[in-house]
Write a protein of this length. Structure first.
Length: 372
């Protein structure tokens, strides 16, 4: 029975920190799109002119292709470990509580507040007065999904895995995935490029072929010890290729909004994403295979940070709007970063101790943190 891997846990919470930093910049982004906050003018790139190059925008373009793909691959790897340890029934039960409840009941009861805050930037009081209250509430719920789309897609992935496991009772696919070598790992790039072109919902985050494929690759290929050794061996090669491809993607697509389908599913972006994922998996085995009090705490708190940070950032953005033209952007970014990280941890520590609330928000049925 396989045990938890410290380097996998460290990848998860570190990637969540990257997600928070990305969202700190996101709400003030004006590259190819009108910014949601701060009153920044639309970037000239919206009209076809050359976009201004900024450090926050470069960060967003660099991480956007791969950070969520990485989380889905890692989730597939963790699912392999959890299934070995707990079995399918306990695995699915845990997924219902940890993923489905927060991304449905949690939105209907609490997370819709984020949608309300977003709506303040798009609906005037007069416009709201013309919309029935229940319809407004549904709009708030839809726009309040925020980062919880990940939970929804991951839950679907878990059901898909259960179906495949039911068909493949002798684990032939696991045996096949365990034979993957360097060539197979490279060729999987073509699989992911193809998957990125299929089943993309109008909402850009719901890539319902790419992310399930990444999750299954994590489960059936990357979770195998032999494959992990191959990834570790060629970690520098993978990471170097990923960085070069990511730079090529930025040069090619900078100025176009990175979340548009034609940009995020650009084959160059997918190539960059996959090699970055492989590089990070390999380097983590080399450099992040350790645990201490801080990493153990961040692994526990990471889920709370992920769930809570967007609403806290939205609230902070709303409060900062009156001074958005006065404070330097670096000060706003620092305030938001502190709120997004430290504020989320503090709020998680409070809310995870409150019955019902901890279940609705985090899927925790009791005070003890549910792992997996």
């Amino acid at each position: 029975m396989e045990k938890r891997k410290a380097w996998l846990d460290n990848i998860r919470w570190m990637t969540i920190v990257i997600v928070v930093i990305y969202h700190v910049f996101y709400y003030y982004n004006n590259i190819g799109i009108e910014p949601m906050f701060s009153g920044l003018a639309p970037n000239p790139s919206e009209e076809g002119a050359k976009a201004a190059v900024t450090a926050p925008a470069l960060f967003q373009y660099f991480v956007y292709p791969w950070f969520m793909l990485l989380l889905f691959v890692v989730s597939g790897m963790v699912a392999n470990i959890v299934l070995q340890r707990k079995g399918m029934k306990a695995f699915l039960s845990e997924r219902v509580h940890k993923l489905l409840v927060p991304s449905t009941l949690g939105i209907l009861t609490i997370q819709w507040v984020g949608g309300y805050l977003i709506s303040q930037n798009y609906f005037t009081s007069e416009a709201k007065a013309q919309i029935p209250g229940f319809v407004l509430y549904l709009i708030y719920c839809a726009t309040g999904i925020g980062a919880l789309w990940f939970c929804q897609v991951l839950f679907v992935n878990s059901l898909l895995l259960a179906l495949i496991k039911k068909i493949d009772k002798k684990n032939k696919l696991l045996e096949l995935g365990g034979k993957a070598n360097l060539l197979v790992l490279v060729l999987l790039t073509a699989v992911l490029v193809g998957a990125a072109q299929l089943l993309n919902a109008p909402i850009t985050t719901y890539r319902m072929c790419l992310y399930p494929v990444a999750f299954l690759i994590g489960y059936y290929v990357c979770a195998n010890e032999n494959v992990q050794q191959v990834i570790k061996k060629y970690a520098y090669l993978f990471l170097g290729a990923g960085i070069l491809a990511d730079i090529a993607y930025i040069v090619k697509d900078y100025g176009s909004y990175y979340a548009y389908h034609e940009v995020q599913n650009d084959p160059v972006a997918i190539v960059a994403a996959w090699f970055m994922v492989l590089g990070i998996l390999g380097m983590a085995q080399r450099m992040l295979n350790f645990s201490n009090g801080f990493t153990n705490y961040m692994n526990r708190a990471g889920w709370g940070i992920y769930i809570l940070h967007i609403n806290l950032l939205l609230l902070t953005n709303t409060l900062l709007k009156p001074v958005a033209f006065v404070l330097p952007m670096v000060v706003i970014y620092l305030i938001e970063l502190v709120v997004g990280l430290a504020g989320s941890v503090l709020l998680w520590e409070i809310l995870r101790r409150i019955p019902v609330i901890r279940w609705l928000l985090f899927g925790i049925r009791r005070k003890k943190h549910v792992e997996g």
